[in-house]
Design a protein around this ligand. Structure first.
Ligand code: SF4
Ligand code: SF4
Length: 125
């Protein structure tokens, strides 16, 4: 599992071990009500060597990359980059959150195009 943690450290460029679990990132996150676990809990799972568990939750996909956590963290950590690294790990395994082929045709027409494009840019390999 060390290799996967090393990969996440490399992809994110963040020292997740500097996190002392103050919770400020989660407290100010605008997407947190839709997340199965909090952003700081994702980081904690990584700290204790459980990246595969962290990858299972929707939190990494729901993260909107708004960078609120980035400016709030007192330890200079950028949790949004950690979320992005975890998305990249999943996408490289061909695991996606949004399945394009499962979006109904009528939904394609009524959903805001900008939202669809933004979603695919972030969540689709
Ligand atoms: S704000 Fe920073 S130090 Fe606090 S829990 Fe989030 S990542 Fe960790
Ligand atoms: S970047 Fe993601 S985790 Fe951080 S505050 Fe925004 S939505 Fe929440």
């Amino acid at each position: 599992m060390a290799n996967l943690i090393d990969k996440i450290l490399e992809l994110s460029g963040q020292n997740l071990y500097a996190c002392y679990q103050c919770g400020k990132c989660s407290g100010d996150c605008p997407s947190v009500t839709q997340m199965e676990i909090l952003p700081n809990q994702v980081i904690r799972l990584l700290q204790i060597g459980l990246p595969e568990v962290a990858l299972q939750y929707n939190t990494i996909w729901i993260c909107a990359s708004c960078y609120t956590c980035t400016v709030r963290c007192p330890r200079g950590i950028d949790p949004s980059k950690i979320m992005e690294a975890l998305r990249q790990v999943n996408l490289r395994r061909n695991i996606d959150y949004t399945k394009i082929k499962e979006i109904k045709e009528e939904e394609i027409y009524i959903l805001p195009q900008i939202a669809l494009v933004a979603n695919f840019r972030k969540q689709t390999a």
